[in-house]
Design a protein around this ligand. Structure first.
Ligand code: M6R
Length: 610
């Protein structure tokens, strides 16, 4: 996730900007830059790909001098990591400068419009469009031009603007991305996150969507787009520096679980037309003929990403009617798969650097398959090697246990299946509308679920000392059960197994004895009765049954010891919600057992060796 800092005051800006950016390093970034309004009235921009040390080196002996500036650590979304794509971005004359977190959804339309007027672009980013638009719409007033720009852009953003024509202020605003203003004495600050400014001030304004902050040396005011003043309350930060990095959460894993409403929204941004209820992938260059020519899809991945692939198989087979095989990458690469020119190989990888997945991708290409990467890291090795890329935009995932990466991967797979289904003529319009309506509700439903976790904490305390836990389900519930079991074992070290519920009686039922917790997922209507029968089988062996089902499903309580209710949604959307209690259960069970949640033993975030 990108990081933003801004300073205006009576001290030199550059040292503060670099220090503030270093406090945002934990979020992950691939390039960095600063813009300082120098004493001669010109804005000087320095930026480069790589870590902050590279930028510091570049500035050695040549630090820009000035008391107002903005800085940015970039985590690429549009355009690979490079010097040119790094922020800040300027218009051609360099008079307007901007840093941005988020995604400008309509940047391509705006870019075409501006190019038609003769504007030229030097980067591949969506952000440069904002700087050029500032120049195009400039009406003599910095404030009013920012408002004009905001009326033209769509998407999610936090933005900070600086302008040579009006050098005594910075202007900032946000939509669906965090932004705070720090209040000091004869100096004020802007940041995307508290760690960047906590060494300077604990007094902040937490900005809300649509608010525009004008930040000067000695005053700050906030108004809406129509100029109506907004009275902000000062929020005093009470956390210590370590807690601040985690946004006040005890662990990165929990923070990332709670980021899911936003990451899910970001995955949909630019691909979901909320008015039309239509899904498109502007980045995928497939014609209907090409999609019709795909005879088979191979999905290849490791760990959690492999589990997302299994969910993806259900989606692609049922919605786009394409046969799908799902492989663990380390198996695929050595099993001489029957891949050819009529196949599409989809590799899924959060990091885009997993060695087995990378090798599997190369093997698929060698065999003549077309390839598509579903990944979170822009410019990663896997993204670079695949023919086409679909980014999940989950933002950096720091905890070893994957959470928001998983939900955004399955969302991406569902949207891909809907899109491919439309192009192949297997998805009728009414069905797409129903699915799109359901998807648009998911971020809020996730948010609501995350507000009510007390029941899960109680279960985690009660069953956290168990030696074995089983997860069962059928169809998509089985796919989610696999992920639930992996989460529990990797961070709480409890032995956990997931089974297709119908498979239990072919051996594993022998392990189901009195008191063994069995988590039963029961969200799939087509196989609901069968799942309930399996639930009764384990109950008859005196297992403790914790069922996960939809609100309003009264019958589960008859057979289960406990029921965790999730908001009612369609069967294809259920995995996006059903996995949340499993993530939380693992997290709280690990806490109960005193495990190191973010860094489980023997595991690494990115497995770059075979
Ligand atoms: O970066 P990738 O998605 O390729 O990583 C794949 C697995 O190593 C990863 O999902 C792993 O299983 C996670 N630790 C699970 O939480």
């Amino acid at each position: 996730m990108c990081g933003i800092v801004g300073y205006i005051g009576d001290k030199q800006a550059a040292p503060f900007l670099l220090d503030g950016m270093s406090k945002l390093e934990y979020r992950g970034y691939d390039s960095a830059g600063i813009a300082v309004l120098e004493e001669d009235g010109h804005i000087c921009v320095d930026k480069c790909v790589g870590h902050l040390d590279a930028l510091r080196k570049k500035l050695e002996g040549n630090m820009p001098k000035g008391t107002a500036g903005i800085g940015h650590t970039r985590w690429a979304t549009h355009g690979r990591p490079s010097d040119r794509n790094a922020h800040p971005h300027t218009n051609t004359s360099g008079k307007f400068v901007v840093v941005h977190n988020g995604i400008i959804e309509n940047y391509l339309t705006l870019k075409e419009e501006l190019m038609g007027k003769g504007y030229t672009f030097v980067s591949e980013t969506d952000t440069e469009v904002v700087a050029q638009l500032m120049a195009d719409l400039y009406d003599g007033s910095f404030e009013s031009t920012v408002k004009k720009v905001l009326k033209r852009i769509k998407g999610s953003y936090s933005l900070v603007f600086m302008c040579e024509y009006d050098s005594d202020k910075l202007i900032c605003t946000k939509k669906d991305n965090p932004l705070i203003i720090g209040l000091g004495e004869d100096e004020n600050f802007i940041a995307s996150d508290i760690p960047a400014i906590i060494s300077c001030t604990r007094r902040t304004y937490v900005m809300s969507d649509g608010e525009i902050g004008t930040v000067c040396r000695d005053k700050v005011w906030v108004e809406d787009i129509d100029g109506t003043p907004i009275t902000k309350k000062v929020f005093e930060v009470k956390w210590n520096a370590e807690a601040v990095e985690k946004g006040g959460f005890e662990h990165f894993m929990l923070k990332e679980i709670y980021e899911q409403p936003k990451s899910i929204r970001d995955t949909m941004t630019g691909r979901m037309d909320a008015e039309e209820k239509k899904i498109n992938f502007p980045e995928l260059k497939w014609t209907a003929e090409e999609i019709a020519g795909i005879n088979k899809i191979f999905i290849v991945a490791c760990g959690t990403a492999y589990h997302a692939g299994i969910v993806g198989k259900y989606y692609l087979e049922q919605l786009a009617h394409i046969p799908v095989e799902v492989d663990i990458a380390s198996e695929f690469r050595y099993r001489a798969p029957l891949v050819d020119g009529s196949s599409l190989t989809i590799v899924i990888s959060q990091s885009g650097e997993t060695s087995d997945t990378m090798a599997a991708l190369r093997e698929a290409r060698r065999l003549g398959s077309r390839t598509l990467a579903v990944t979170n890291v822009v410019g990663s090795s896997i993204a670079r090697d695949a023919d086409q890329v679909l980014y999940t935009y989950a933002g950096p995932e720091i905890a070893v246990a994957s959470t928001k990466a998983y939900t955004t991967q399955i969302l991406a797979m569902l949207m891909l299946a809907i899109y491919a289904g439309r192009l192949r003529g297997t998805m009728d319009r009414d069905r797409e509308i129903v699915l799109a309506e359901g998807l648009l509700e998911i971020p809020e439903q996730v948010h609501q679920m995350l507000e009510n976790v007390d029941q899960i904490k109680i279960f985690a305390r009660r069953y956290g000392s168990s030696e074995d836990v089983f997860f069962i389900g059928r169809s998509l519930d089985y796919a989610v059960a696999l992920e639930g079991a992996l989460k529990l074992k990797e961070i709480s070290y409890i032995h956990a197994e997931a089974y297709a519920a119908g498979e239990l009686k072919h051996g594993t039922l022998a392990l189901i004895v009195e008191g063994v917790p069995v988590i039963v997922l029961a969200t799939q209507e087509d196989v609901y009765d069968k799942t309930v029968s399996n639930m009764q089988e384990v109950k008859a062996r005196e297992a403790v049954v914790i069922a996960i089902g939809f609100e309003g499903d009264a019958s589960l309580a008859k057979y289960a010891d406990h029921v965790i209710y999730i908001p009612s949604t369609g069967k294809y959307l259920a995995p996006l919600l059903a996995v949340l209690p499993l993530q939380l259960l693992s997290y709280y069970a690990a806490l109960t057992r005193g495990c190191d949640v973010d860094k489980p033993r023997n595991l690494a975030k990115s497995v770059t060796v075979e």
